[in-house]
Design a protein. Structure first.
Length: 193
């Protein structure tokens, strides 16, 4: 397109990249890739050597036992090895309220009071408890808590006793409610054979 009064511009050379510029760009890209690969392949390459990241202290008090050992390699040298440290964590005891709810639930079953047992169940589980009690733990069953485990939010109780006139064992789980109490979520009882 031409405009009156302006000289016509002619572009006689096609625009190309000069070989020197292309080689310079290629060398820069190769150097950048080599730097990145070296940085990831040898992580210490980019970081200064210094103190490492310290681990958080354990929540419970660990029990440590250490025993340094000395071995003699030759009459003139003695090698002392580092002491071995063994950390033993004691699991936290589940909340007494949760254990008591499970014990009360089993006592209501043993006493033959199904409505009181169902009242100890969590709201979402109450509609299932009637059939579950009839099929797995009929009224009059004598089952007691043997061991417990869990956290502040739930209690898992292993139970054993007599259900349906036969030795039985199983588990009962209670969860913490919004008000801080506990309710029975579910249970599973089977023959103890």
């Amino acid at each position: 397109m031409t405009y009156p009064g302006l000289p016509e511009q002619q572009n006689t050379q096609p625009s190309t990249v000069k070989p020197g510029v292309a080689i310079g760009i290629l060398v820069a890209v190769i150097a950048l890739v080599a730097f990145c690969v070296t940085g990831f392949a040898a992580p210490g390459f980019l970081l200064r050597k210094g103190p490492g990241i310290s681990l958080p202290a354990p929540l419970s008090t660990p029990t440590t036992s250490s025993s340094p050992t000395t071995t003699t390699e030759s009459p003139s040298s003695t090698r002392v090895s580092r002491p071995r440290i063994t950390i033993t964590r004691r699991p936290a005891r589940p909340p007494e309220k949760g254990i008591q709810v499970i014990a009360d639930f089993l006592a209501e079953i043993a006493a033959g009071d199904k409505p009181s047992a169902i009242a100890l169940a969590c709201e979402a589980q109450k509609r299932f408890m009637d059939d579950k009690i009839d099929s797995l733990l009929p009224l009059g069953s004598r089952v007691q808590v043997t061991t417990t485990s869990g956290t502040a939010k739930f209690v898992l109780a292993d139970v054993a006793g007599v259900a349906k006139g036969r030795p039985a064992r199983g588990t009962v789980i209670a969860d913490r409610t919004a008000d801080g109490g506990f309710c029975v979520t579910t249970f599973s009882i089977r023959d103890a054979r």
